[in-house]
Design a protein around this ligand. Structure first.
Ligand code: WTA
Length: 635
């Protein structure tokens, strides 16, 4: 891919203007010049924002894996597609060539076909960061099945609700996973989940840790056994542009998680394009994104974006602090990483360690370093810039979402002057607008408001699986005619954007989006709990942490409070997963509520932050006296 590469700032502005004036022409050219198609599209884009109906490259025929794998076989067959860096550094890294990867994907597709998977079927994947995860994803895409990767840190209940929501009949998991000096028995979690998923017929198990597993004949299959017998030839399914590619669940501010549906052609064009430009990808680069493939960052920028460009991408199984806090820097030196893409929470936690851990490694291979998932604070930005990038690698602070499919606002390295904590400028084709609460567009610079996007882009999710109405209501009704991101942003004097954080009830903890409502529902399952409210408060490593205000039923009064706190966190870990555990729990006798019964979270947020200076207008509260009581009892 080379045609759309931007070289300097004037070229960016020129390209940007063109892309806004005529988005159809802009995307038509990119799609045409950089991808292989069985059949061209008849229309570049068709959209109706009021009904949230968006189609790109209508009537085109393609398969994304032809673009990720097959087309590279001639020129890049021997080139490394994936470097697998295992959890334990004494285990040898694997270099998987494009030819090998293609063959493994074809075999896996045959294994899935033998298990009865057909085009359009959903397959849930619950795997650690091992090559089989990428192979499974690509095998689904090759055969036209819809993959739904479930982060392998979710509890059995969280897995079951996702599997049931998408109606998968097949799950791919492993016996276990390695994480630092721990190992986790994943198959046990799947066994428990399956008790709650009546539709699941087959479980394909990858051997990783060698732990003991329970086995149900006829339902459970070792991948190894089927893989040995599988043919390396597979006839790639021809897909329509708008055929579903994958479902990925993200937290909603209310109720159950949202299964964001991404489709084939638009997602491909958008991730291929953004990967190339945002990371300034060059042919022999070794690119490493530390995200988990269980999140969108891993989908778009570990698997699809890099492979679409014929790149070498690293899959890292471990954690930043194992065996020691220099693992990231060691891996950068070992594989001569050129682009490194990580999250502010990782940067903040590693910045707390001695600087010697960084300095003892040669990081001179790095050219571009990136940040994603949450706002990067000034201190973390400078530490990253000074000690990792050595002030010579541009930091691409990339703002985007599960829903957007790919990066939306980001500096282009060596082109856009960076500014600490700013995601800077929109990529070509992306039209951000700031809106006030009265639905008016805020024009000019040095302003802030609700961040919306005016025109569809190819990577936008098309719907919430099984609930188009919710999709429309969540993203297209607050500001009619526009996509609402749920984030607040400011635009500075030169037009640079800085994301200020969520404006809804989603809290980002260590880069993971968590909705307050599902956590509250989970806490309320504890028999001693009557009601609860969760807010976020600043945390120097996690960005935000969770603070729970909990009202106990009468029966709770006589119980050991510290023990209750532990029990409440156990309920959360069981129903959602350990990432949603609360950092602080305060028992209260009531919550501040308006006359209409709404909890005034603004006040709870202030108390959790320890800011007692000004609670604002409390006159609409039904029970204003409770505010002082909660403040005085702050933990
Ligand atoms: C936040 C992750 C500030 C934002 C790709 C967004 C960011 C949510 C940034 C989406 C950034 C992501 N600066 N905030 N560079 N990147 N966010 O769906 O609030 O896991 O709405 O997608 O993360 O999180 P998600």
């Amino acid at each position: 891919m080379k045609n759309y590469v931007i070289h300097d700032l004037p070229e960016y502005f020129k390209e940007y203007k063109k892309s806004i004036k005529n988005p159809k022409k802009f995307w038509d050219k990119i799609a045409d010049e950089n991808f292989v198609w069985y059949q061209r599209w008849s229309k570049v884009v068709k959209y109706d924002m009021d009904n949230a109906k968006i189609e790109w490259f209508k009537n085109a025929k393609l398969n994304i894996t032809k673009n990720c794998l097959d087309r590279h076989l001639n020129d890049r067959g021997d080139k490394t597609a994936i470097i697998f860096e295992p959890n334990n550094p004494t285990e040898e890294a694997q270099h998987i060539s494009y030819r090998d990867l293609h063959q493994r994907v074809c075999k896996m597709a045959n294994v899935l076909a033998d298990l009865g998977v057909k085009k359009g079927d959903r397959v849930c994947i619950y795997l650690p960061m091992i090559p089989e995860l990428a192979v499974s994803v690509l095998a689904c895409a090759k055969m036209g099945a819809v993959h739904s990767v479930i982060f392998a840190g979710f509890s059995d209940s969280a897995v079951a609700s996702r599997v049931n929501d998408c109606g998968a009949k097949v799950i791919i998991c492993s016996d276990g996973s390695f994480r630092g000096n721990k190992s986790i028995d994943l198959k046990v979690i799947i066994d428990k989940a399956i008790e709650k998923t009546p539709l699941v017929e087959k479980v394909l198990v990858v051997k990783r840790t060698g732990c003991e597993v329970n086995w149900k004949e006829g339902r459970d299959f070792w991948l190894e056994d089927l893989y040995q017998k599988a043919s390396p030839d597979f006839v790639t399914k021809i897909m329509d542009a708008e055929d579903p590619l994958f479902i990925l669940y993200t937290s909603g501010s209310t109720g159950k998680p949202k299964g964001m549906l991404h489709t084939t052609a638009g997602y491909m064009v958008y991730t291929g394009y953004t990967f190339k430009n945002v990371f300034d990808y060059q042919e022999n680069d070794i690119y490493w994104c530390t995200a988990d493939i269980g999140w969108i960052t891993g989908h778009s920028y570990i698997i699809y974006g890099p492979l679409l460009n014929g790149a070498t991408t690293v899959i890292f199984e471990g954690i930043p602090t194992y065996p020691q806090p220099d693992r990231f820097w060691e891996v950068i030196e070992k594989h001569k990483i050129t682009q490194f893409y990580t999250a502010p929470t990782a940067i903040r936690s590693l910045a707390k360690e001695s600087i010697d851990w960084v300095e003892k490694h040669d990081l001179s291979s790095l050219r571009v370093i990136g940040s994603v998932g949450e706002p990067i604070n000034d201190e973390a930005w400078h530490w990253y810039n000074d000690h990792v990038g050595k002030k010579k690698c541009p930091i691409v602070d990339t703002w985007w979402q599960t829903e957007t499919g790919g990066i939306m606002i980001s500096p282009l390295p060596f082109i856009t002057p960076t500014k600490p904590t700013y995601a800077t400028l929109p990529l070509p084709g992306i039209q951000p607008v700031l809106m006030d609460d009265k639905r008016n567009e805020i024009t000019g610079n040095q302003v802030d408001g609700n961040l919306c996007i005016r025109f569809p882009w190819p990577g936008i999710a098309r719907t919430i699986w099984g609930d188009h109405q919710r999709y429309k209501e969540t993203y297209f009704t607050a500001f009619p005619g526009k996509y609402f991101t749920g984030d607040g942003a400011l635009r500075d004097e030169v037009g640079y954007y800085r994301i200020t954080g969520r404006v809804d009830d989603i809290i980002i903890v260590s880069g993971h989006n968590l909705g307050t409502a599902p956590i509250e529902d989970s806490i309320n399952l504890h028999p001693a709990v009557a009601e609860s409210a969760i807010v976020g408060f600043p945390h120097d490593v996690k960005g935000s942490a969770l603070y729970g205000f909990v009202i106990l039923k009468d029966t709770g009064e006589s119980r050991d409070r510290e023990n209750l706190k532990k029990e409440i966190n156990n309920v959360i870990a069981d129903t959602m997963g350990p990432i949603a555990k609360l950092d602080k729990i305060q028992f209260v006798s009531a919550l501040p509520k308006t006359r209409s019964g709404k909890i005034m979270r603004r006040i709870l947020r202030k108390i959790a932050e320890g800011d007692f200076s000004n609670f604002g207008d409390t006159s609409t509260l039904l029970n204003p006296e409770i505010v002082d009581e909660i403040r005085d009892g702050k933990v």
